[in-house]
Design a protein around this ligand. Structure first.
Ligand code: UGA
Length: 439
């Protein structure tokens, strides 16, 4: 099929590249000329495992192209994906200006039977608005179908998720929308992946519900971590016990510095705002966000407990991205923590296998090291912020030699508290036994 994808961010680019790999002819469109320039040269504008190869392959076979102007891409497309950003406004409400702008830019070029797909995460009612804008611009399009097809890709595993989705969700008003989407995803459906058909509002709400519930699980684990620290319990074991119950499940119960990224924090806020606008207050969601902020504050407290005054202290952060496998630092708990330490007078030096440059442009006061050893050499405290595998296999005896003080705050519970104690570290895990070291 011929497909246009409007917006080449994390969602749009992965969607475009994976649809091209499934055999469709895809044109990715973005108003950012510099980005399109990179993409035309076959270069992914951000790090996502496997994406670069997929872009190279798609470009080489001619299945994947990139344009700034939507005219040609949209005119020939049977399916047009809208994958533009939906950032949060100060109130928490999703800012849908880019969605409306995208609608206006594609409207003049849409073919009579095109299906427009809302892929960005948006509040309930957005597909209806999208259709309204398109119909105002093109009253002749009486067969126009607008469908909701939320994406469930995880950064860092997005390519894997694109080819092996837990489910494909399509919300549509009429059968033609479902039929076209089934045709588009036929290679995945043939492989046994299920496609769920719903009305549009249900599809839109389902996406927000999933992200909000994931955030809720993480905050529940973090609240239990605070409690475990006070009770002398081990939150990792509590989570294992909970997770053994299939009704609960172990995933997303890892206590730590909390969730970040461009999706969970923003979608939680947007859902809370939308609920309020619909006349239903959902304060549980506000509490989830509060506990998430508390997770970073708890780590600051541990650093202060270990170092007393932070002025003239050098603190090394291991990991700056919001999670492993990505160079994305948007709403990264590591940067929130770095900012708080800087505010209290510490010198903060960070190392990340991928995200150093992005972290530096987000937080210029942060010093960036090019290796773990460089980061921790002479540091008074080392904080694990992101659970990259590289940190799991850290040579702890070498770390002991390099650090000025052998103090470790483990914001992702990567290390074994008993081993750390045996090695002679003053070790602060997150919600674990040995959390109150004598020193
Ligand atoms: C999230 C969802 O998981 C995807 O299903 C969804 O498609 C995506 O948002 C989106 O809406 O686009 P992502 O933002 O890539 O994906 O990140 P997650 O894997 O959900 O992780 C979010 C944060 O939670 C990370 O900072 C991670 O470190 C943290 N986390 C995760 C924990 O603190 N504890 C856990 O147990 C799990």
């Amino acid at each position: 099929m011929r497909v246009a994808v409007i917006g080449t961010g994390h969602v749009g680019l992965v969607s475009a590249a994976s649809l091209a790999a499934l055999g469709h002819h895809v044109i990715g469109v973005d108003e950012d000329e510099e980005k399109i320039g990179w993409l035309r040269q076959g270069t992914a504008p951000f790090f996502e495992p496997g994406l670069q190869e997929l872009i190279e392959r798609g470009t080489a076979t001619g299945h994947l192209r990139f344009e700034v102007d939507p005219a040609e891409a949209v005119a020939q497309a049977e399916v047009v994906f809208v994958c533009v950003g939906t950032p949060a406004r100060a109130s928490g409400e999703a800012n849908l200006v880019a969605v409306e702008r995208a609608a206006r830019s594609i409207a003049p070029h849409l073919a009579a039977l095109a299906v427009v797909v809302e892929k960005s995460t948006v509040p309930v009612g957005t597909a209806h608005r999208l259709r309204q804008v398109l119909m105002r611009e093109r009253p002749d399009l009486n067969e126009l179908a607008v469908v909701s097809n939320p994406e469930f890709l995880r950064e860092g595993q997005a390519i894997e998720d694109a080819f092996h989705p837990d489910r494909i969700l399509v919300g549509a008003q009429a059968q033609r929308g479902f039929d076209v989407m089934r045709q588009l995803y036929e290679p995945l459906i043939r492989d046994g992946n299920s496609l769920i058909e719903t009305d549009i509002a249900t599809a839109e709400l389902s996406k927000h519900a999933c992200n909000a519930f994931l955030a809720l699980k993480i905050s529940f684990a973090n609240a239990l971590a605070r409690l475990s620290e006070r009770a002398g319990a081990d939150v990792t074991v509590v989570a294992d016990v909970m997770g053994d119950d299939p009704r609960i499940g172990r995933a997303f119960l890892d206590a730590g510095l909390g969730y970040g990224g461009y999706c969970l924090p923003k979608d939680l806020q947007a859902l809370e705002h939308m609920a309020h606008q619909l006349g239903y207050d959902f304060p549980l969601l506000l509490e989830v966000a509060r506990i998430n902020e508390e997770a970073v504050l708890a780590a600051v407290d541990k650093v202060r407990d270990a170092l007393w005054n932070l002025e003239d202290k050098r603190v090394a952060l291991l990991g700056l991205s919001f999670k492993p496998g990505t160079d994305d630092v948007r709403f990264s708990p590591a940067l929130a923590l770095a900012q708080k330490l800087l505010d209290q007078g510490a010198m903060v030096i960070g190392y990340d296998p991928q995200a150093g440059a992005n972290a530096k442009s987000e937080l210029p006061e942060l010093e960036i090291a090019s290796s773990v050893h460089e980061a921790i050499e002479g540091a008074h405290c080392m904080i694990v912020c992101t659970d990259w595998d590289e940190f799991r296999s850290l040579d702890l005896e070498k770390a002991m030699e390099l650090l000025a003080y052998p103090i470790v705050v483990d914001g992702r519970n990567l290390f074994d508290p008993a081993e750390m104690k045996t090695l002679g570290f003053t070790y602060y895990g997150t919600g674990r036994a040995f959390d109150r070291p004598d020193h």
